[in-house]
Every structure is written in structure tokens, then in C-alpha cells.
Design a protein around this ligand. Structure first.
Ligand SMILES: *[C@@H]1O[C@H](CO)[C@@H](O)[C@H](O)[C@H]1NC(C)=O
Ligand SMILES: *[C@@H]1O[C@H](CO)[C@@H](O)[C@H](O)[C@H]1NC(C)=O
Ligand SMILES: *[C@@H]1O[C@H](CO)[C@@H](O)[C@H](O)[C@H]1NC(C)=O
Ligand SMILES: *[C@@H]1O[C@H](CO)[C@@H](O)[C@H](O)[C@H]1NC(C)=O
Ligand SMILES: *[C@@H]1O[C@H](CO)[C@@H](O)[C@H](O)[C@H]1NC(C)=O
Length: 417
């Protein structure tokens, strides 16, 4: 009995020293690290030993971390490295944390297909010009993916492959300014762990998918899309109840700001600058205690409310007044109701601004000498909708003309009441 214990003890000690001293790095991992070094124009910055040796050490090479004989991390951020990565990179199958960001890596990004233990991948701020279509396959543990500021597939652009839908642990996906084109994939709204989705400065188009309404993400950046930009209404965002920061500026979103945006009780920062949003500012939005609210450069109408937000800007819209809290003239309110019934056609919303319909740039109105509106004449404006009863409040109005080709009087006589 005693003997057996002693024997086990010596065996243990021996095994310990064996791993300590002779824990040669896995030969294939070593080869990939050497290829990594060979692909660089300035490998000396790594300060890796001249005559090869054992990256997993001890002592291990700078910037390399191992578990046993397998490489688990390479951390070379911001070293000024220039060069290409070996295309066999995904054979580092025990890799779980990779920091290559802020260097000058060029050429084709190797596939990461099958790196099933990879949790963190920072590849942002490099000069990779190609991302392979199978890059995201089998990244089943990935939590953070940052690929921002790389000129991937510049001429054609690229879209986010659906295989990424299997990365159910993904919390942060950051693809700012890297040539993502086309519609925003529906599956991104369904990724169960996603907290931050940053897609600014790409070439996205189309609408925000309905699936986003169920997402619990906190940060959504879709701002400043090149080309036509994203379109459609922004109704779905009012269901994204965990949002703290929502940046939609620099697109072509249309229609009204949804009334129920006030449901976003965690929201602190809302930027809707440079879109084509119409209608009145909902009272629910005015009452939100945001740190930052940017509404500039839309076609918002009506009065400017008294905002509760800390820092608000709303220049270049079609408001009736220039100061918050001042109501519109009654005839302006009646005309705004009329526009509301027509869903605020953009061409009118941009021109019916200010509080004096009979003087300013209000197309389609005829007024009497004492500034009473008597005809609304809007031929070829493709108007459709319902005629608001409040036009009856325009006491002197006798006709509303609209139609496809020419002035078409509806013979709508509205008697003063
Ligand atoms: C990027 O371009 C390369 C080469 O044209 C192509 O093979 C690859 O599929 C593209 N990447 C994506 C994600 O579409
Ligand atoms: C992921 O995003 C959240 C929300 O912006 C942020 O607090 C966190 O630091 C990010 N995590 C990483 C690892 O970048
Ligand atoms: C959102 O707000 C609207 C009113 O603005 C309210 O009727 C609705 O119940 C709210 N929804 C949720 C889920 O809180
Ligand atoms: C307020 O908003 C303006 C315009 O978006 C911005 O430039 C400024 O930095 C903001 N100020 C603060 C204190 O957040
Ligand atoms: C009306 O619709 C037609 C066809 O959709 C379009 O060509 C025209 O520009 C529109 N006119 C206005 C004033 O919006």
C-alpha cells in the first residue's frame, strides 16, 4: 500500500516536470506561428526568438498564450505590424482570444471556419481586402466579433452570411465601415445574446426587419449608410425595449416617429438626423428623459414641444414656430390635420413650413387679400388618404382641388360653422 502511494507520488512529480520542461508546442501550432511571422514585413516587432524554439515556453513567446501545448491567444494589437496572415489560421483550433486590431494586415483574411472555441476576435482597423464567404462557419462559441474599418470586398461589397445565425452566444458584433451591402439580415434580430450591433458607414439598404422588434439589444448603430441608405418606417424600434443608444442618422427613413417610442424607458441617446421623417413630434418623445436627442434635417412639422431631454437639436425641419412650446396658428393646425390625413406627402411636408400659409413657400394654396385660405389646389401630387374634417375649420375655404393630371375640383364646399 505504502509502496503504491510512493510510486504514484514519484510518477506525479515526474509527469509535472515532463510537462514543464518538455511541453513542446504542438508542431502544427508552431508551424502556423512561424508562417504568421514569415508573412510579416516587420516581424522584428514581435520580438520572437530568432532561432524558433517553443512559443508555449516556458518562457513563452511575447504576445502568445497557451494552454498546455496549444496556442489559445495571440495578442498583437497596435504593434504596427504589416503583412498577411497564413491561410491555415483556422488550424489553431484551441484559439479562444485573438487581438490583431490596429495594425496593417493586408490581403485576404483567412477563414475562421471551425474555430469552435474562439470567443473573442478583434480584427478591426486593418487593411484586409477580402473576407471569405465561409469566415463565420462554425464559430459556435464566439461572443465578440469586431471587424470594423477594413476594406473588405470593396468593389462588390459583401453581406453577412446566414451561418452567423448559429453563433447564439454572440453579444457584440461590430462591422463599422467595412463594405457590408444589401438588406439588414433578419436573423440579427433573433440572435438571443446580442447586446450591441454596430453597422454604421456601410452600404445597407432596405428596411429594419420586423424580427428586430423582439431583440433585447441595447446598442444599435445603423447610421450613415452610403448610397441610398435604409428606407421604410422606424415603427419596429419602439418594440426594442432594452435600447439605450439608437443611431439611425444619415438614412432615408420615412413616415412618422412612432407614438410608442416612449416605451423605450432605457433609451438615453437617440439620433434621427438626416432622414425623411414627417409628422408632429410625439408628446411621448418630448417627455423622454434622454441625454441626447438629435432630430435635425427631417420634415417634422407642427410646434416644437418642450423637451425633457438634456441635449436636443432639431434644426432644418418644417416646424410652424422657431421656439419650443409655442402653438401653431389655427389655420396651420387645420392644414396639418389635412396633411396628416394624406400621410404627410414629402413634397408638401418640406414646403408647408412656418406659421403663415398665405405668405411663405406654401404651394397649392390660394388666399384672399386678407390672408384667408379659400382654395387648396394640389394637382399631380399623388395624394391619397382621408380628408380631415378639420379643413372645415378653414372658414373661407371653398374648394379642394387634387388629382392626377390637372386641377380637379372636388366641389367640396365647406360651410363656415
Ligand atoms: C469577398 O470576395 C471574395 C472574392 O471575390 C469572394 O470569394 C467572397 O465570397 C466574398 N465574401 C463574401 C462574404 O461574400
Ligand atoms: C459589448 O457591448 C456592450 C454594450 O455596448 C459593452 O458594454 C461591452 O463593453 C462590449 N463588450 C466588449 C467585449 O466589447
Ligand atoms: C407602448 O406604449 C403604448 C402607448 O404609447 C401603450 O399603449 C402600449 O401598451 C405600450 N406597450 C408596452 C409593451 O409597454
Ligand atoms: C449635444 O448635441 C450636439 C449635437 O448632436 C453635440 O455636438 C454635442 O456634443 C452634444 N453635447 C453634449 C454635452 O452631449
Ligand atoms: C406621382 O407618381 C408618379 C408615379 O408613381 C411619379 O412619377 C411622380 O413623380 C409622382 N409625382 C409627385 C409630385 O410626387
Amino acid at each position: 500500500m505504502e509502496f503504491v502511494h510512493q510510486w504514484l507520488f514519484y510518477f506525479g512529480v515526474l509527469a509535472f516536470f515532463f510537462t514543464l520542461v518538455y511541453s513542446a508546442t504542438d508542431p502544427n501550432d508552431l508551424k502556423i506561428l512561424n508562417d504568421f511571422k514569415k508573412g510579416l514585413d516587420n516581424p522584428e516587432l514581435l520580438k520572437w526568438p530568432e532561432n524558433g524554439g517553443d512559443p508555449c515556453g516556458p518562457p513563452s513567446w511575447p504576445h502568445v498564450f497557451c494552454s498546455g501545448d496549444r496556442v489559445t491567444q495571440i495578442q498583437v494589437q497596435n504593434l504596427g505590424l504589416k503583412g498577411r496572415l497564413p491561410q491555415t489560421f483556422n488550424q489553431l483550433t484551441k484559439l479562444y482570444n485573438l487581438g490583431l486590431q490596429k495594425n496593417h494586415f493586408t490581403g485576404k483574411l483567412p477563414t475562421f471556419s471551425g474555430l469552435s472555441e474562439l470567443e473573442f476576435a478583434y480584427l478591426d482597423n486593418n487593411e484586409f481586402d477580402t473576407i471569405p464567404a465561409d469566415f463565420f462557419d462554425g464559430l459556435s462559441s464566439v461572443r465578440v466579433l469586431a471587424l470594423d474599418y477594413n476594406p473588405f470586398n470593396k468593389t462588390t461589397g459583401w453581406s453577412i452570411p446566414t451561418e452567423l445565425a448559429n453563433s447564439v452566444q454572440l453579444t457584440n458584433l461590430s462591422l463599422v465601415n467595412c463594405n457590408v451591402v444589401g438588406p439588414l439580415p433578419d436573423f440579427l434580430g433573433k440572435l438571443p445574446s446580442l447586446v450591441a450591433l454596430k453597422l454604421s458607414y456601410n452600404r445597407l439598404s432596405g428596411e429594419i426587419p420586423a424580427s428586430f422588434g423582439e431583440s433585447l439589444m441595447q446598442i444599435l448603430w445603423l447610421n450613415d449608410q452610403d448610397g441610398d441608405g435604409m428606407t421604410g418606417n422606424i415603427d419596429v424600434v419602439a418594440n426594442m425595449v432594452s435600447l439605450t443608444q439608437l443611431w439611425l442618422h444619415g438614412n432615408r427613413f420615412t413616415e412618422k416617429i412612432p407614438e410608442n417610442i416612449g416605451n423605450l424607458t432605457s433609451l438615453k441617446d437617440l439620433n434621427l438626423n438626416r432622414n425623411q421623417l414627417v409628422g408632429l413630434i410625439p408628446g411621448t418623445l418630448a417627455n423622454m428623459e434622454l441625454d441626447n436627442l438629435v432630430l435635425n434635417n427631417n420634415q417634422l412639422m407642427g410646434p416644437i414641444p418642450n423637451f425633457k431631454a438634456g441635449n436636443v437639436s432639431y434644426d432644418s425641419n418644417s416646424f410652424c414656430q422657431s421656439k419650443p412650446g409655442v402653438a401653431c396658428a389655427p389655420e396651420v393646425n387645420a392644414l396639418l390635420d389635412f396633411l396628416s390625413g394624406m400621410n404627410y406627402p414629402v413634397n408638401l411636408a418640406s414646403q408647408w413650413s412656418g406659421n403663415e400659409p398665405c405668405t411663405g413657400p406654401w404651394i397649392g394654396l390660394s388666399c384672399t387679400a386678407n390672408s384667408q385660405i379659400y382654395v387648396i389646389n394640389l394637382p399631380r401630387h399623388n395624394l391619397s388618404g382621408t380628408l380631415s374634417p378639420s379643413v372645415a375649420k378653414l372658414e373661407s375655404l371653398i374648394d379642394i382641388g387634387w388629382g392626377e393630371t390637372v386641377y380637379m375640383v372636388l366641389s367640396l364646399k365647406i360651410s363656415p360653422n
